[in-house]
Write a protein of this length. Structure first.
Length: 266
């Protein structure tokens, strides 16, 4: 997937679509893909941040960048975004489903609307975009789904978040096997806690320690793109995180949420 690849069936150049590109891991994916000479469609809600990133990438790397301000946490948003891409004749050959967020607290006291937005954003929009964009990717495309270590076990006080990531992981890995004969590469990446990004001021400060420690954004992106180059598959960045996933298989399924609850209680 390195470098810009144009599909001869498409009327124009190909693009990599990165959701949640205005900050954090999405911004690092956008920069890394631009360095590989991918043209980009970058999507997030913050138009000003998208425009700033687009200007940066155009001037530093020289690729084409199309910023699209869009809220994917609403019902049917993935379908509407796909329609807009089609209307603008933006052909996508690499889809990076990165957008996501987490809410911590008791399920019954957290806003129902906000928890449903997690499902729309991290599951529904992913399925809609994948379904709509996949046909044009056959033989020359790829998908990166950014899941989480939280998807490997129930996480009390983040019940909906861990459930959405569990869905995303299993959906992504199953789809990879279905599409293996087609040439579409699918990577499922499950990072743990990411280090605070100095560019995101709101995330800088005292942070609760988590099992597995923290990982750098560049480390996660580099491992993910390496796996994409190798044909796709599951990526669990960080040796400690891989050991944690293996170790959970030795613990009773009933005991896991009790253990996690003690670690994740707000």
């Amino acid at each position: 997937m390195a470098g810009q690849r144009d599909d001869p069936r498409a009327p124009g150049p190909s693009y990599a679509l990165v959701t949640g590109a205005s900050r954090g891991l999405g911004r690092f994916f956008a920069r890394a893909l631009a360095k590989r000479q991918h043209n980009l469609v970058i999507v997030a809600r913050a138009q000003d941040k998208l425009e700033s990133l687009a200007d940066e990438l155009r001037s530093s790397v020289g690729v084409m960048v199309e910023p699209v301000a869009f809220d994917l946490a609403q019902p049917g948003a993935g379908l509407r975004l796909a329609q807009e891409l089609q209307a603008r004749e933006l052909h996508i050959n690499l889809l990076v489903n990165n957008a996501g967020f987490s809410e911590r607290g008791d399920f019954i006291t957290l806003s129902l609307e906000r928890q449903l937005e997690m499902i729309y954003l991290q599951n529904t929009a992913v399925v809609e975009l994948t379904y709509q964009l996949l046909p044009a990717m056959i033989e020359a495309g790829g998908i990166i789904n950014v899941s989480s270590m939280a998807g490997f076990q129930p996480v009390p006080y983040a019940a909906i978040y861990s459930a959405t990531k569990s869905f995303l992981t299993t959906f992504s890995m199953a789809l990879r096997e279905e599409l293996r004969p087609t040439g579409v590469k699918i990577v499922t990446v499950c990072p743990g806690r990411l280090r605070a990004d100095p560019e995101d001021v709101e995330n800088v400060g005292k942070r609760q320690k988590v099992p597995g420690g923290e990982q750098g954004h560049e480390e996660v992106v580099n491992e993910t793109l390496k796996k994409l180059d190798q044909g796709g598959g599951l990526v669990i960045p960080g040796r400690k995180n891989r050991l944690i996933v293996r170790g959970q298989r030795l613990i009773s399924p009933n005991a896991v949420p009790k253990i996690v609850a003690r670690l994740s209680r707000p």
